[in-house]
Design a binder for this molecule. Sequence first.
Ligand SMILES: [Zn+2]
Length: 368
Amino acid sequence: MDLQKRSKYCHRCQASLDTDARICPVCHEKQLMAFEQATADIVRALFPRVYPATRIIFFLLIAYFILFSADIVLHPEYGLKEALLAPPTELSYRWGAHLRGQFVWWRLITANFYHFGIIHIVFNTVALKYVSPYVERTYGSAQTFAAFVILGTLSMACSNILGDNGIVGGASGSLMAFIGMAAVAAHREHTALSLEIRNSMIRWALFTIAFGLIISLSGSLGIDNISHVSGLLLGILAGLILPKQAMTGFDRLWKIRLSRSTLPVAVALTVTAFVFMTFAGQSQKHQSECIADIQHKNYAAATTACEQAYREDPSLPISYHNYILINAINGDHDRARHLCAEGKRRFRNQKEPLSFDKLCQDLERTRH
Ligand SMILES: [Zn+2]
C-alpha cells in the first residue's frame, strides 16, 4: 500500500518511478517538479473527475442564464416572456453582450457566456454536450477551457470588427471552434471510427453555417454568421497547433506544461472581464444619477456621479459627454478640453459623429 503511494509513472514511457525522481532512468525524460505535481493534484481535487472542463462550461452557461433571466423577470417593465424569448437589448448589454462597431475588449469575453433566451441556450448547451467531451479527451481539460474562452473571444472580435451593427452574444463561436478542433483531431487519429467522427463534424459545421445563412437571409432572426465561420477556422487552426494527448495523457514534459499554462491565462481573462462588466454596471447607475443631478441643478452631486461613471466605464462616448458637460458647467474648461482630446483619441475609429462633438466645439469657441 505504502509502496503504491510512493510511485508514479513516466509520462513518456510509462515506467514506474519514485515520486521524487527528476529524470526517468528508462527514457531519460525529465519529470514534473514536486510543486507542479502538487498544484495539479489540488486543482484536480477541486473539479469533477470526468470531463471537468465540459461540465464547468455547461454549469457556467446555465447558471449565468438563470441569473440574468431572473434579473429580467424582476424588472418591473419586463417578465418571463422577455427573459425566455426576447431579452431586451438594454439588459443584454448590461449582462455582457457586445455591440458591433463599438470595440470593448472585455465584452468580447463576457459575450461568450450570454445567451438570448431559452432556444439559444438549449441549442448551444446540447452542442456543447456532444462535441466538448471529444475535444477534452484529445486536448486535455485545461486547453479545452482555454479554447472555449480564447477562441470564442477571437471569433467575437471578428464579428465585432467585420459585422454590421447589432448586439451579439452566445457560445456558438467557441462551439464552432470545438467542432473544428474535433474534426482535425479525428482526421489525424485516422481510424475507421475517428474518420466517421470527422465526417459528422464536417457535416455539422456545414449544416450550422448553411442554416445560419438561410435564417439570416430570411431576416427573421439575427444569427452571427461571422462568429460561426471565424470560430470554425480558428478551431481548425488551433487543432493543428495545440498538443494532443494519448490515452495515458500528454507524453512530453513541454506538452504538459504548455497545456496546463493555458488554464490560468483563460481564468484570469474571464475573471477580469466580469470585473470590468461589474464596474460598467456601476457606471450605468452613476450615469443615471449624474444626468438626474444635472437636471435638478444639483451640480456638486452631479460632479461626483459623472466622474465615477466616467472612471468606471470610459469605453462609452456618453461617459465623456456627461463628464465634459459637468466640467463645462463648473467652469473647469481646461479639464473639459483635456477630456475632449482624450475622448477623440479613444473613439478615433468611430464612423458616426460623437455625442460630445458639439460640446467640444462650443468649448473651443469660448476660448477665442
Ligand atoms: Zn520514461
